[in-house]
Design a protein around this ligand. Sequence first.
Ligand SMILES: [Zn+2]
Length: 370
Amino acid sequence: MPANDPHSRFMGQWDTYHAFNWGKLEVVRKHGLAGILLVQGGPSRGTKPIPPSSPRASGGPIIALQGQMWDLPIFTVTRAAADQLLAPSGKTTDQLQAQIDATGDPASFVVPNSTACMSKAFTDTSTHNDRNVVALLPGSDPTLSAQTVIVTAHHDHMGTVNGHIYHGADDNASGTAGVMEIATAFVQGHVHPRRSVLFMVYAAEERGLVGSYYYVNHPLRPLATTVATLNMDMIGRNENDTNWPTPADGNINMVNVLGTRYNPALGAIVARENQFEGLKLDQKMDVVDPDSLWSRSDQYWYAGLHIPQVLFQTGLQPDYHTENDIAATLNYPKMTKIARLVFLSAAAVANSSQKILFYPAGAPAAPARP
Ligand SMILES: [Zn+2]
């Protein structure tokens, strides 16, 4: 299995963006499919299931873009059920998977005499209007100004849950403040980057990355000339997470930097600019990501488009997605440093004469998972 092969073309044993269902669904949705059956029961990667990011005890709310996002019937089926459907073809899921693993090519075919009836019904639906908020700083270079660097955060949180206000100071007022401060620094500091910089705070991240999904499907600047996106989602706390052994007081100056495994050149720019801020940059979640945090914020869609991307995030802590995520708990000196680092990195990318590569072809195999 590629999952256990350190020399796999999918970056060795690391989980890559190909591994997440959202990306798979998006690929097949664009091919105009009528419905999707996801076959479960593959090899375990030893990661724990993703905890839900919003309360869904009542089965809702689940929000998607009207008529655009996952409006297909999608069901998961066991391997046994899939094999039953495949039976008239004489093939099994194991054989097909082995064939695809060996060739790296899709193995599409029509299954004769087999039908699956799927239907999906929406109940208690309501329509909400929401807004991504954007501002553009045009680049100063006559040629490079056509290219765009995007600096982002999400501005939504969870609202009121069972009568309790969820303030979302860390998640994600912190990142939203970061975007506003960085935009202010460019303008008031009279920084005139060669490439254009788009500042954007997304709506409805907590409902499934909806605002960023909307943007990448309705871009204001061509995605083909979007050179990178730098995203901040929770940059205000000290990590205190049972997955990682360091206690919170050991994380006072630490920020997780996620996603640069796909674009090491962007990671190198961040590391270089950090000489001015002296933060402890932690890339642990590029190697082990038990909560799949990289796939759970807005820069995720850009990876599927092969646009270099990075997420800055100070980690989980017990107040995450509770009413206790309040302003008094934030580490403001660290937030300031992170916003400055993102500003310096964005400016460096916007001024660089080199194009940052995404997941460079021919890159050496990633090291094995520890
Ligand atoms: Zn968030």
